[in-house]
Design a protein around this ligand. Structure first.
Ligand code: OOG
Ligand code: NI
Length: 459
């Protein structure tokens, strides 16, 4: 008997991402319309701005652009979260970062499962923003007990998915046929269900406490609630959405429009109410809205210094606005953001000289032709044009933006005030492992590219 080799986790993730996209396109017709709009806009940008095309080509991002998606799910128990971590690990995805959404009145805390090495990200940048409901924040003990008992009865993984996860863990990987089965089985966890696990009245009670609680507790599984493509021009897509029958939220989250994109800009549109059958109804008579659409534009990953500047400018603009950004104050918000962010350098050189972002260093054509140069410093190589610096793309999320996305899809009524805040320790206890610090990952990628450049020319 020949032993079949393992399929690399990166390829399993690439296949899973494709399968998820196909499933979502079938389930949510607007997703298909949005994907077309984003693909068309990206083509236009690349044709109109050859410098962007060149930059994406030299970093390799051009090859992953069309594959680029992030999804989001919300789970209800520690066991669900810990098992998800094991499921994602089969696909080479690790929990990166900790996000606390309670300051924004959303009773969850979250992490992002994603690949961590630049080479793995290149094969598939697929990531999933994963939130754990904080049931301890439900004040009514009766409702909390009810929610806990409903969650305790469900299993969000198929038996076969659990078996394949265990198999991958003990054997150290999955072979071709196991990997194929795994993708299909894992997909089931993220599927939409038209029937709820509670009665219509129970759903109402949960929803009255917080719409998000109903979304997590009342269903068989953590349906994927959006799948977000990456656009090269978010303002243009936002502008064009209405003509395609899509109504975007009032403002784009994140930094304002700039020459040199930083971090992450996002916008979303509300999904329609979807028909649901509650357990006391034979046919679908109720409804629930959970699924929405979102697009994003990614820019440079900021260093702690750059991030502190970003946070300060964002807070200053928001403080001056004096309210959550909304339809009525959108124009003023955009003006305030542009005004405050005038302080943030907007050229690659300016950002690099002030140490505001992480970079990757590449040998230029001149550098490739030159070969060994003896001992030169990185700054020498840059100055003489042997090496060029490209901003490292941000692979993570932003808590203020995430809160804005949650809010716009839950409605303003969803704003609550929680006394208890950030609890990373409790989150990691539930996850059964620590979350990875994203800044360390960016610094490591940057360092690897510096080492490679220096060793190339040191000969
Ligand atoms: C997640 C919202 C956050 C993002 O892109 O910041 C998010 C959710 O609604 O479950 O997806
Ligand atoms: Ni999102």
């Amino acid at each position: 008997m020949t032993v079949q080799p393992f399929v690399s986790p990166d390829l399993i993730r690439q296949r899973f991402s494709k399968a998820m996209s196909d499933m979502y396109r079938e389930e949510v017709p607007l997703y298909g319309a949005l994907m077309e709009l984003v693909e068309q806009t990206n083509r236009e940008v690349l044709a109109r701005q050859p410098d962007i095309a060149r930059q994406l080509d030299s970093t390799g991002e051009i090859q992953r652009l069309d594959m680029e998606r992030h999804g989001a799910i919300r789970v209800g128990t520690a066991t669900e979260l810990a098992t998800l971590a094991r499921l994602f690990a089969v696909m080479g995805m690790q929990p990166v970062g900790y996000y606390d959404l309670t300051p924004a009145g959303v009773p969850v805390h979250s992490t992002a499962f994603r690949a961590v090495h630049e080479e793995a990200l290149q094969v598939s940048p697929f990531r999933v923003f994963t939130s754990l409901l904080r049931l301890e924040l439900i004040e009514d003990p009766e409702l909390r007990d009810f929610a806990e008992s409903v969650l305790a009865q469900r299993s969000i993984f198929t038996a076969e998915a659990l078996r394949l996860i265990a198999q991958a863990e003990t054997a150290g990987g999955l072979n071709e046929s196991e990997a194929e089965a795994f993708v299909l089985q894992a997909l089931e966890t993220f599927r939409w269900h038209h029937s709820a696990t509670v009665t219509a009245a129970q759903y109402q009670t949960l929803s009255a406490q917080h719409r998000l609680i109903a979304d997590v507790v009342a269903f068989k599984g953590p349906h994927i609630n959006h799948l977000t493509p990456r656009t090269l021009d978010i303002d243009r897509v936002q502008e064009q959405m209405p003509a395609h029958g899509i109504t975007p939220k009032a403002v784009i989250e994140g930094p304002p429009r700039r020459q040199c994109p930083i971090l992450l800009r996002q916008t979303s549109f509300k999904a329609l109410d979807e028909p649901i059958a509650f357990t006391d109804q034979n046919q679908t008579r109720g409804s629930h809205s959970a699924r929405f659409g979102e697009i994003e534009q990614r820019g440079a990953a900021l260093t702690p210094k750059g991030r502190a500047l970003y946070d300060r400018l964002l807070n200053a603009a928001r403080d001056e606005l004096g309210d959550f950004p909304n339809e009525a104050n959108a124009a003023r918000y955009n003006a305030l953001m542009a005004q405050h962010f005038g302080e943030f350098p907007d050229s690659v050189e300016g950002i690099r000289e002030q140490g505001l972002a992480y970079f990757r260093y590449f040998a230029t054509e001149k550098g490739l032709a030159a070969g060994g140069l003896g001992q030169s410093s990185l700054e020498d190589l840059l100055r003489d044009g042997y090496v060029k610096a490209e901003p490292l793309v941000y692979e993570d999320f932003l808590p203020v933006s995430a809160a804005g996305i949650f809010q716009s899809n839950l409605g303003d009524a969803a704003q609550a005030h929680y006394g208890e805040h950030s609890n990373r320790q409790a989150f990691e206890l539930a996850l059964e492992r620590a979350t990875i610090d994203e800044l360390g990952l960016y610094a490591a990628t940057q360092q690897r590219s510096i080492d490679e450049c220096l060793s190339r020319f040191a000969r």
